[in-house]
Write a protein that binds this ligand. Structure first.
Ligand code: TEU
Length: 566
């Protein structure tokens, strides 16, 4: 279905939602619990550690925390393999800690958004144990089975995301089960209504505890039909999402964000148009995957092409304006660090982190900050395979070397794009282990913690933290940031990211130079540069030399509506 068939009807409900939905003015903060703050010295972050940092997050100004999984798990995929949805992994704490986190966060007006991983469970989940031990178990049909492995190149012959076939033989029952990720992460069978009811009951249980919503892991995969070779965006996907909404979210003021690698500007409104009652918004990844290699994918990233990247953002801004809602992000626990991928780790680290934050946060949508991004943390810088912990990285290391890829070449790709780049511990101070733990960290702390840490950045009035704090406050205070129209300017410029937002007589002009070189502003394309710079709170009447320095950025608010067309 094309986006155009959805938008006109949604415009009205969108207007109503604008000033009601709390998540349209809030900024989210993602916590990867293992790497955030360790309170008991076992080298792994935990829930009490997070509670101890709530004042820090309140000071930053975030409205909600997306908490990566803290449920019971054998941790094959760091918690994305859940063995009990209603228990907390003891490494992270107890349920009492979780309840305290929800309450303590709420008292600071911060919601807790749980990670909902329901495409698959762990193979240690009681459902799977029962399913594999007994073909007549009521849980057998919670999973996806076939008697034979699929014939090579047949429709069902599907690859798993972490390498190898998506079908593995279960030695207990002799049959083959389906898993889109590791073999220890068997896929759930969403075609089974009993399974769906069980998931909805679990979601309600968490919502009744007071969580603010869910981030839905790979939710675009739940409508899969493996026998037909259909994985993402299956025919019953939206039916399931509407049913889920009806069973769990009706009458609640919750935020839901679907992780949807397959979402396109054309189908994204199906998920997030308010009157469809599916999810609040989706994470889409076209700005990420467009720079992956056709063959080697993320392991051979291409350099960023700014005109392409800008045009992708613009397409998404237009596709969901009055028609759905965008989730805005540079990074997460699966992606490289924003400043390393899109900015500059060296001389211009701070300036580039601030420029990237600014262009992202002043678009329409709900911005997400991945832990450490608010101080400009960088990629891990690992040079040896034994430094990595991530199942995907370790699997592909094995697979690609067996395929003849040179180790140095693989390590170069991993250094750019391994998921562990974002998983090194949060750098709180220059004290040992960056004050993340008093023990021995489960994954190495980035060596740059001695000068790159929270304590130091926050002491700098021109630091990265201060800019994020400012951007969060600006979104809250300015309707034009929340829902003004968007127009990309100087679209073909190789390094300037420039756009305007408009609401009534107001115009917000955002311009960032994302390069090492000073550039002249193409005034004919961007129009009048006059007004008040929201970032500095100073009036701007002329720009020195009409130029913008390396990674310079401004955001000028004016009432001038005439200069718009330049
Ligand atoms: O990620 C989905 C996913 O597809 C990524 O793992 C992706 O394959 C990879 O990063 C790109 O190379 C979600 C979670 O965010 C991720 O951490 C989990 O491992 C995965 O689902 C399985 O639950």
């Amino acid at each position: 279905m094309a986006a155009a068939t959805i938008c006109p009807t949604s415009a009205q409900s969108d207007v109503i939602l604008r000033d009601q939905a709390w998540w349209r003015s809030a900024v989210g903060y993602q916590i990867y619990p293992a790497s955030f703050c360790d309170s008991n010295g076992d080298g792994v972050g935990d829930i009490p550690g997070i509670i101890g940092k709530l004042d820090y997050l309140a000071d930053l100004g975030v409205g909600f925390i997306w908490l990566s999984p803290v449920y019971a798990s054998p941790m094959v995929d760091n918690g994305y393999d859940i063995s009990d949805y209603r228990e907390i992994n003891p490494t992270f704490g107890a349920m009492a800690d979780m309840d305290r986190l929800i309450a303590e966060a709420r008292s600071r007006r911060i919601g807790i958004v749980m990670d909902l991983v329901v495409n698959h469970t762990s193979d240690q989940h009681a459902w799977f144990s029962s399913a594999r031990s007994d073909r007549h178990s009521p849980y057998r049909d919670y999973y996806i089975w076939r008697e034979q492995p699929p014939a090579k190149a047949s429709a069902a012959d599907i690859d798993a995301a972490f390498g190898g076939s998506a079908w593995s033989q279960d030695e207990q029952s002799g049959a083959w089960y389906f898993h889109l990720f590791a073999p220890q992460q068997p896929d759930l069978n969403w075609d089974n209504p009993a399974l769906r009811a069980e998931i909805y009951a679990m979601m309600n249980w968490w919502l009744d505890k007071g969580v603010a919503g869910f981030r839905m892991d790979v939710i675009d995969l739940i409508g899969k039909q493996p026998e037909a070779g259909i994985v993402a965006d299956g025919p019953r996907l939206h039916h399931y999402l509407r049913e889920m909404h009806e069973a769990t979210l009706t009458g609640r003021d919750a935020l839901t964000v679907g992780e949807t690698w397959s979402a396109t500007p054309a189908n994204a409104p199906l998920y997030s148009a308010p009157e469809r009652h599916e999810v609040s918004m989706v994470f889409q990844f076209s700005h990420v995957t467009q720079f992956w290699d056709d063959k080697l994918g993320k392991w051979k990233p291409r350099p960023i092409d700014w005109p392409k990247l800008k045009s992708t953002f613009a397409t998404w801004q237009h596709a969901l304006h009055n028609c759905g809602w965008n989730a805005l992000f540079w990074g997460n626990h699966d992606l490289p660090r924003a400043v390393s991928r899109y900015g500059e780790e060296g001389l211009h680290r701070v300036a580039s982190a601030k420029a990237l934050a600014t262009v992202l946060h002043l678009m329409e949508g709900t911005p997400y900050i991945y832990q450490g991004e608010e101080i400009g943390m960088t990629n891990a810088g690992f040079t040896r395979i034994d430094q990595y912990r991530d199942v995907e990285t370790l699997n592909f290391h094995r697979i690609q070397l067996a395929d003849g890829v040179a180790e140095a070449e693989f390590l170069e790709g991993a250094r750019a794009n391994s998921r562990d780049n974002a998983r090194t511990p949060m750098q709180w101070s220059s004290r040992p282990h960056a004050d993340f733990t008093t023990g021995s960290p489960w994954i190495a702390v980035n060596r740059n913690y001695t000068h790159l840490n929270v304590e130091r950045d926050r002491a700098d009035p021109d630091g990265v933290f201060q800019r994020y704090q400012k951007l969060i406050a600006l979104r809250r205070d300015h309707a034009i940031i929340r829902h003004g129209d968007f127009r990309l300017l100087a679209a073909d410029h190789a390094s300037l990211f420039a756009y305007e937002r408009r609401l009534g007589a107001q115009r917000l002009l955002v311009v960032a130079n994302l390069s090492h070189q000073a550039v002249m502003l193409p005034l004919a394309e961007i129009g009048t540069v006059q007004g008040r710079d929201l970032l500095t709170d100073r009036p701007v009447s002329t720009l020195a030399d009409g130029g913008l320095g390396p990674f310079g950025v401004f955001a000028i608010l004016s009432e001038d509506s005439i200069s718009a067309s330049g």
